[in-house]
Design a protein around this ligand. Structure first.
Ligand SMILES: [Fe+2]
Ligand SMILES: [Fe+2]
Length: 218
C-alpha cells in the first residue's frame, strides 16, 4: 500500500481543513480567557495560511486545468491575499487590545464566505472534472502539508492543547488508559510467567522428591 491509496481525496482533505477552522471559530466566544483566545487565533491563522498555500500550489492549478477561465476560481487567490493581510494585523495585536476581537471576527466572516463558495462550487466541480485525480492530488497535498507543518509542530501542539482542552484531556486520558491496559496485560503475563515458573519449580521439586524417595527406597 502506498500513500496514494491510503490518502483521502483532495476535496475531502479540504473539507476537513475547513471543519477544523470552523471548530476554532466556534470556540472564540466572549467568555474565554485571553490565553485561550490567543491560542485559538494562532492555531486558526497557521491552519489558514497552510491551507491557502496548499490550495494555491496544488488544488487551484489542477482545477484551472480542467475548468479554464472561472469567476469563482479567479477570486480565490485575491481572497487568500486579503486573509493573509488580516492575519498579519492580528499577529501584531494582543488579545487584551480593543480591536483584537473585532479583527478576528472580520477574518472569520471573510473565511466563512470563502469556504461557502469553495464547498458549494469548487469542490463539487473538482469531484466532477477531476474524479480520477482526487486521490493522487490528496497524497500530493499530504506530503506538502508535512513539509509546511514541520517547522511549526511545537506551536501546533501547544495551541491545539490550549484551544481544545477537553479534546486534549480526552486524548491524554485515552493514552493513559492504553498505557494502563498495556501494563495490566504485561503484569498478567508476568503473573502467568511467575506461576509457570512456580509450576515448573514445583515439578522440579516433585521430581527431586520422587528421585530422593526413590533413592531412599532403594
Ligand atoms: Fe481557499
Ligand atoms: Fe479552502
Amino acid at each position: 500500500m502506498n500513500l496514494q491509496t491510503l490518502s483521502p481525496t483532495i476535496t475531502n482533505m479540504i473539507r476537513m481543513d475547513h471543519s477544523h477552522v470552523l471548530m476554532l471559530f466556534r470556540r472564540f466566544q466572549p467568555g474565554v480567557t485571553q490565553m485561550r483566545k490567543k491560542a485559538i487565533v494562532s492555531n486558526a491563522c497557521l491552519a489558514l495560511e497552510i491551507h491557502a498555500q496548499l490550495e494555491e500550489e496544488i488544488f487551484y492549478p489542477a482545477l484551472r486545468r480542467v475548468l479554464g477561465p472561472d469567476r469563482m476560481l479567479d477570486k480565490s487567490v485575491p481572497e487568500h491575499q486579503e486573509m493573509r493581510r488580516v492575519i498579519g494585523i492580528l499577529r501584531n495585536m494582543e488579545p487584551e487590545g480593543p480591536e483584537y476581537d473585532q479583527t478576528f471576527r472580520e477574518l472569520m466572516r471573510d473565511v466563512l464566505h470563502h469556504v461557502a463558495d469553495e464547498e458549494s462550487m469548487l469542490l463539487p466541480a473538482a469531484e466532477e472534472k477531476l474524479a480520477d485525480e482526487l486521490r493522487p492530488l490528496g497524497a500530493q497535498m499530504t506530503s506538502r502539508r508535512m513539509q509546511l507543518l514541520r517547522p511549526h509542530l511545537g506551536e501546533v501542539a501547544v495551541t491545539t492543547a490550549q484551544s481544545f482542552p477537553l479534546a486534549s484531556l480526552a486524548l491524554a486520558l485515552g493514552i493513559l488508559a492504553l498505557v494502563l491496559l498495556a501494563r495490566r496485560g504485561s503484569t498478567r503475563a508476568d503473573g502467568r510467567e511467575a506461576e509457570g515458573r512456580r509450576v515448573s519449580l514445583g515439578s522440579t521439586r516433585s521430581s527431586r522428591q520422587d528421585w530422593q524417595s526413590s533413592l531412599g527406597g532403594s
